[in-house]
Design a protein around this ligand. Structure first.
Ligand code: IMP
Length: 428
């Protein structure tokens, strides 16, 4: 049975939340496989707006079951708060959400360490949610997993050991016994809360797959923020690329039948780091305001740029993208001309590929092709043929240049504002 991975093809915020919610209609399970509450997925559903950080967007789709996989880092407080927020809004979560016992937990000292590093002069613009330090502990094999968190005695021992390891840095924040007390403040209630959701999610997913369930694997962040394949060191600490789905959900590569890459019709990024097609000025301000380009998690204004074909080709390659979704085509309406980066210049050299070296990523100059642009309100379009000719030409030119079909075009936040060009090919 099909298993589709939905990945961000740029630097995150491509609109994956909406697309996962949309495709969730034809899924039985939605699985989040990496990242933590650094993510921000905005989903508009029944005219209500939901900002999800940790819980898969499938939770808003009645009948869909959801998994937070082994590869995710979970802040227990954020987990409790997000479920309470959903329940307050009458979304049933119990029995529909399973939290991997192998996922690592983010504790208050991870947040302190993240903030210390960000403010210590060598920051990369993280979300300060403790993501990096938690993954560092995981790799150093001193991490604390959900299973450990549920066992009060083990947790106490592990937290004390870890606070000692981090003592030199944490001493700048507050005494270690105060930090330890923070970990355990309100702990018993949180422990009982998490215990209701904790499960061996690898086994659950395998059983579902054997019964023929359709599984949608949802990434957070974007390919260019991937720890191995992104614009290192200006990246997150996990693997948003499709390969990360197998690792972070505990499903084998042979299970995956399709990879849907999600790209905006232009580009944005938050945080520091290379961004070859970044623009400033009137067009950037226009796109930021019309496109509401402010971080869902941190509220930071997003950096804005033109679509970058070498960057997208890199994302298509590293993910094995089989189909694309183009979001926010409506936001480009009224922009004349629209530019698309078709290659780079580095000194006298011309390049067709996104360069791997950090210096080159910063120094390349984009070579642009211009499109005439289009006007009018695209938000009412429901078929590709409803779009203005200029918008269709733009999407088709991008599709041709990338060699991957754009099967879905999004022209607004709500589910209805989605144009599907060919349903049959989506799941691979
Ligand atoms: P961290 O994931 O908080 O460690 O931040 C590392 C980098 O990833 C920073 O540039 C963040 O701005 C970026 N980042 C993390 N989560 C998101 C997201 O959901 N959307 C866009 N950028 C993100």
């Amino acid at each position: 049975m099909p298993a589709l991975v939905v990945v961000g093809a740029q630097w995150g915020d491509e609109g994956k939340g909406k697309i996962v919610h949309f495709l969730g209609r034809s899924a039985d399970w939605v699985v989040r496989y990496q990242g933590g509450d650094n993510a921000g997925h905005t989903v508009v559903f029944d005219e209500q707006k939901y900002a999800l950080h940790l819980i898969p967007s499938g939770i808003l789709q009645t009948g869909v079951k959801n998994v937070i996989g082994d590869g995710v880092v979970v802040n227990p407080r954020a987990f409790v708060d997000e479920i309470k927020m959903l329940e307050k809004r009458r979304i049933k979560v119990r029995g529909r959400l399973f939290l991997s016992l192998a996922a690592h937990v983010i504790l208050p000292y991870h947040v302190y360490l993240d903030t210390l590093r960000e403010e210590g002069g060598r920051g990369i613009g993280t979300t300060k949610k403790g993501i990096g330090p938690c993954y560092e502990d995981k790799v150093a094999r001193i991490g604390i997993r959900v299973a450990d968190y549920l066992d009060a005695a083990s947790l106490r021992v592990l937290v004390r050991q870890n606070l000692k390891v981090r003592a030199a840095e944490l001493a700048k924040v507050k005494p270690l016994d105060e930090i330890e007390a923070e970990v355990f403040d309100g702990y018993e209630a949180r422990r009982r809360f998490l215990a209701r959701y904790a499960a061996d999610t690898g086994l659950i997913l395998d059983a579902a797959r054997r019964k023929g369930a359709r599984i949608l694997l949802e990434s957070a962040q974007g390919s260019m923020l991937d720890l191995d394949h992104g614009t290192y060191p200006f990246v997150t600490s996990s693997n948003p690329v499709a390969g990360g789905a197998c690792v972070g959900a505990g499903v084998g590569p042979t299970t995956i039948t399709g990879v849907m890459g999600v790209t905006k019709a232009y580009t944005t990024r938050v945080g520091l780091g290379p961004f070859p097609t970044e623009i400033e000025g009137a067009v950037a301000r226009y796109l930021r305001e019309v496109g509401k380009e402010y971080g869902v998690t941190t509220g930071r204004p997003r950096r804005i740029g033109w679509l970058d074909l070498p960057q997208l080709r890199a994302a298509i390659r590293m993910n094995g993208v089989t189909a694309l979704t183009m979001t926010k085509l409506d936001t480009l309406s009224g922009v004349h001309p629209i530019k698309v980066c078709v290659g780079y210049k580095l000194g006298k050299k011309r390049m067709a590929q996104f360069p791997p070296a950090r210096r080159a990523q910063l120094d390349v100059e984009p070579i642009y092709e211009s499109f005439p642009g289009f006007s009018g309100d695209l938000m009412a379009a429901r078929k590709f043929s409803d779009l203005p000719l200029g918008a269709r030409r733009y999407a088709l030119a991008v599709e041709k240049a990338l060699g991957v079909p754009i099967l879905i075009v999004s022209v607004g936040q709500s589910r209805e504002q989605t144009i599907v060009r060919d349903t049959r090919r989506i799941w691979g």
